[in-house]
Ligand binder design. Structure first.
Ligand code: GAL
Length: 542
């Protein structure tokens, strides 16, 4: 006698209530004791037609309700027992205190207390949730056990996924998250694709148009993923992007839900990879985030391998981007078939964030072992050797043009990412760019440093108080030299040719932000570098 109302909408429930008031249905309080003992989902409709879902297993004894909030949805690892549950006069009430979790995004765990209260309508409840940012209302309805608690998926053995041969230089393009977060839709993506071409960015190398989290809708009867109302026809959108000479990217997660609580790929990996290939996807960002409810700590690599293999099985070339700044991802990233992997938590459009990520420490510093102090974080510089052709550290997407940094600070951000051989995924609104923003994102001389085919790591030349100097040997024997000033006042920053390993003098020196040759002295060069700014030089040595 378990009824499954998985698709019943609130409107239907209201209809039910009307019927109820007219006395056409038996009074619900006459239900047999224990009837609420079942699996349930609380689903809050989003404006895009998808649902924010949380799963529960309830146990009813008289008026007392116990049970658990299940890990499947937004609850992280393990089930959480309910507190203070009751069912009286058609009203269901319970509280859940979710323990905080330490994640790269949330270093200090905070518990979240959520209170649920619902009035019975038919076999379900019209429910509201209060507490933290997750307040709202929706329906509370019965759900099949295998949806509430998805069966454990097959765990293939760990094995090395072959290199997919893609991304021989760090991928360049655009991603929706930094600027638009959830407010991204088909129309905006098309306009961004247009702007990518019109601005000259495509011709400067930016080719991927990547839609981040919140595009997914529900799965259809065959389990096939669909776009939500914001993305009514993914294939048509991909076709449009391709028609502009661009490539198309999407986002998913190895867990049952993504970071923002949308449908993830757990148990549907091969099916999703086939769907992406059918739509014409060229890039997948795969975000660990909430997968710790279904994978153990020692299965992280495996979870990413499963999608890495699924993508390759489709036969379509798809760049594979891992989004999880776990300690040693750079060791095994290439082995799961990935082309890039995050080496930090989320970037913000603030100097503090850009400086911390760029200069460090911002990389998880090592596995946390019981009874031992947390290992200190590292800098991007410390893990630079992990990058190789086709396999790139990803210090996160660009914030250039989002408005909270000065032009000098954005130049520093862009220069650092190029010196680090980072993917260049613009994160701003390409439809509305200032001249300064264009001059940064479209600086081909600086992009050429990022995309240098030799892909050699940068080296530190000096670090003195607030100033830091780095060099990068380039494929043609040239040397890129970046003079950074992290201080709050302009500073004189210099190098000697000797410190760069140059015998005598370079043949020519060019300032890549000023786009002009530089007059240099016999033994070296000193520049006045603005606050939080950079001078980037390209030296000809032959
Ligand atoms: C985070 C990820 C962000 C963005 C976000 C979407 O985990 O680091 O870059 O993808 O999820 O919810």
């Amino acid at each position: 006698n378990r009824l499954h109302f998985a698709t019943r909408s609130l409107r239907q429930m209201l209809k039910c209530a009307t019927v109820l008031m007219l006395g056409a249905q038996p009074a619900l309080s006459q239900r047999s004791e224990g009837n609420l003992s079942d699996f349930w989902v609380f689903q809050m409709p989003r404006s895009d037609g998808s649902f924010d879902k949380s799963y529960f297993e309830l146990e009813q004894k008289g008026e007392r309700i116990s049970g658990s909030a299940l890990h499947t949805g937004r609850f992280g690892r393990g089930d959480t027992p309910l507190a203070e549950g009751s069912f009286r006069d058609g009203i269901l009430r319970f509280t859940v205190s979710l323990p905080g979790r330490v994640t790269p995004h949330e270093p200090v765990p905070k518990p979240t207390v959520l209170s649920y209260e619902g009035r019975q309508f038919g076999d379900g409840f019209a429910m509201s949730r209060t507490g933290s940012s997750r307040s709202g209302s929706g329906e509370f309805i019965r759900v099949k056990a295998e949806i509430a608690r998805p069966p454990r998926t097959a765990r293939p053995p760990l094995r090395n996924v072959p290199d997919n041969g893609l991304a021989r230089t760090p991928p360049m393009g655009w991603n929706s998250w930094n600027k638009f977060k959830r407010a991204i839709d088909d129309k905006t993506v098309r306009e961004i694709a247009d702007a990518m071409v019109e601005s000259g960015m495509r011709d400067a190398g930016y080719v991927y148009i990547n839609i981040d989290d919140t595009w997914a809708g529900e799965r259809d009867a065959d389990g096939k993923i669909t776009g939500n109302r914001k993305f009514p026809d993914m294939k048509a959108l991909a076709d449009y992007v391709h028609s502009k000479g661009l490539k198309f990217g999407l986002y998913s997660a190895p867990g049952p839900v993504t970071c923002a609580g949308y449908e993830g790929s757990y148990g549907h990996e091969e099916q999703d990879a086939r769907t992406y290939a059918e739509w014409g996807v060229d890039f997948l960002k795969y975000d660990w985030c909430r997968a710790s409810g279904v994978y153990d700590d020692d299965e992280i690599r495996l979870a990413f391998q499963i999608m890495g293999e699924a993508l390759q099985k489709t036969g379509r070339p798809i760049v594979y981007s891992l989004s999880f700044a776990v300690y040693d991802v750079w060791e095994w990233g290439p082995k799961v078939g990935a082309n890039l992997w995050r080496t930090t938590g989320d970037i913000q459009d603030s100097w503090e964030s850009v400086e911390r990520i760029g200069f460090g420490p911002s990389v998880a510093g090592g596995p946390e072992l019981p009874g031992q102090p947390k290992p200190p974080g590292q800098a991007q510089y410390d893990v630079r050797h992990a990058t190789s052709i086709g396999h790139w550290n990803d210090p996160d997407m660009l914030e250039v043009g989002n408005g909270n940094l000065t032009t000098d600070e954005y130049r520093t951000h862009f220069t650092l990412w190029c010196m680090l051989r980072a993917p260049l995924l613009a994160g701003n609104d390409l439809r509305h760019m200032t001249e300064e923003t264009r001059s940064i994102l479209l600086n081909r001389e600086v992009i050429a440093i990022d995309q240098d085919p030799a892909g050699l790591p940068m080296q530190r030349v000096s670090r003195d108080g607030d100033t830091e100097v780095y060099l990068r040997p380039l494929h043609d024997g040239d040397i890129a030299v970046a003079l950074f000033n992290r201080g709050d006042t302009p500073a004189e920053v210099g190098v000697t040719w000797e410190s760069l390993g140059i015998e005598g003098q370079p043949r020519a020196v060019r300032d890549l932000w000023k786009h002009e040759p530089v007059e240099v002295a016999d033994r070296g060069y000193t520049a006045t570098v603005p606050t939080h700014g950079v001078v980037l030089l390209r030296l000809k040595t032959k």
